[in-house]
Design a binder for this molecule. Structure first.
Ligand code: NAP
Length: 340
């Protein structure tokens, strides 16, 4: 039995007011209680930074998926680590596990909350199971292939295309034979989309020219699949660019998570009628039974060099809050992770 005395945690100190700041979080060191029957102790190696968790930091954010995060408690997060002490035979010592615990160096778990034992491929770095082979990869894969149903020759538009999910969606779209257009916030990130991720075109949504106009110039025949990570004004403008029978994948609404009160209203829903289009939401966890097959296919594409898995790694749990704020401010590229 390994005895670990203390765990470092990043706690939510106050409800963020508008754009999140690192001062909204605090670093604490807490003693670890002994584990109980059915529990196990995980040494977290990597923490995942997920834009989606931002909305559950708001007051009154509880919904059918998650509860609002309590103040003074460690911030909920998907983590990847190794079991170092166990009183649960399904989670033996040395097993690699992924689950939803918190921004903390050690987690005590009992197997609930999306906890799974991973069969890590020795040829790939373990953190891939938080990136292309983890939640971001599952979101991109099932969102695009199941909800978006891309066909060869389709035009695929992806918002927040340089992010954890978006950087994979564009590449999967190329594998499916689509022409791809990605949106991002700067000329540098737009160039990175084209040069490094193989996007055919990119759109800088911060320019004075409206996104709808830029997209229509690039895709005069319209967009067949819109994979939307951003919501709000971006979604509204994309609705003006649809092809007949378009599919809109409602993956997230990152432009809305920092708002207090209601999300921005969408004014162009009428476009769904005349374009005979379909908009559908999903959660990546809906497909948990099919993860092994998706992981097999995605890791094969990585090995064949058909899929890049861009990761922006931050070192040290004490830098987690800063990295999360930088990600939401659009200052990062690819999937953002922290090495504990
Ligand atoms: N449905 C599901 O199961 C599921 C699962 C995982 C994630 N998601 C969703 O997928 C999306 C991406 O998540 P992620 O964790 O991979 O984060 P991410 O895309 O790596 O990071 C968020 C990015 O969004 C962009 N952004 C931030 N604020 C914006 C604004 N006001 N307007 C436009 N763009 C803005 C920024 O890039 P630029 O501004 O530079 O483009 C930022 O880097 C989120 O909406 C998340 O909720 C859904």
């Amino acid at each position: 039995v390994i005895s670990v005395q203390k765990s470092k945690q990043i706690v939510l100190l106050r409800r963020p007011d508008g754009p999140i700041r690192k001062e909204d979080f605090g670093l604490e060191e807490v003693p670890l209680p002994p584990i109980g029957d059915g529990q196990f102790l995980v040494r977290n190696e990597y923490l995942s930074l997920d834009a989606g968790f931002r909305q559950w930091m708001n007051a009154g954010a509880s919904d059918n998926y998650l509860q609002e995060m309590p103040l003074g408690k460690p911030v909920q997060s998907i983590v990847l680590g190794q079991v170092i002490e166990s009183r649960n035979p399904r989670y033996p010592v040395d097993a690699w596990i992924m689950g939803r615990t918190a921004w903390e160096s050690f987690s005590i778990a009992d197997g609930s909350d999306l906890m799974s034992v991973l069969e890590v491929d020795a040829d790939l770095p373990p953190y891939e199971y938080l990136a292309a082979l983890g939640p971001a990869g599952m979101t991109a894969y099932f969102g695009l292939f199941r909800i978006g149903q891309p066909k060869e020759g389709d035009t695929l538009l992806v918002s927040a295309a340089a992010g954890g999910v978006g950087s994979l969606v564009g590449q999967l779209g190329k594998i499916a034979g689509c022409t791809t257009i990605g949106t991002s916030s700067s000329a540098e990130k737009c160039q990175w989309l084209r040069d490094e991720l193989g996007y055919d075109h990119s759109v800088n949504y911060r320019l004075d020219v409206p996104v709808s106009q830029q997209v229509r110039e690039l895709a005069p025949e319209g967009v067949d699949v819109f994979f939307d990570n951003v919501g709000g004004e971006m979604l509204d403008q994309a609705l003006e660019c649809l092809a007949l029978n378009a599919r809109i994948v409602l993956c997230g609404a990152v432009s809305q998570y920092e708002k207090t009160g209601k999300h921005t209203g969408i004014t162009n829903l009428w476009q769904l009628v005349t374009k005979r289009a379909r908009a559908e939401g999903f959660m990546f966890s809906d497909y948990v039974d099919e993860y092994p097959r998706a992981i097999g296919e995605l890791s094969q594409w990585i090995r064949e060099g058909k899929l890049r898995s861009p990761v922006e790694m931050t070192s040290g749990i004490e830098n987690t809050a800063d990295a999360f704020c930088r990600m939401l401010a659009g200052k990062t590229r690819g999937k953002c992770l922290v090495t504990v």
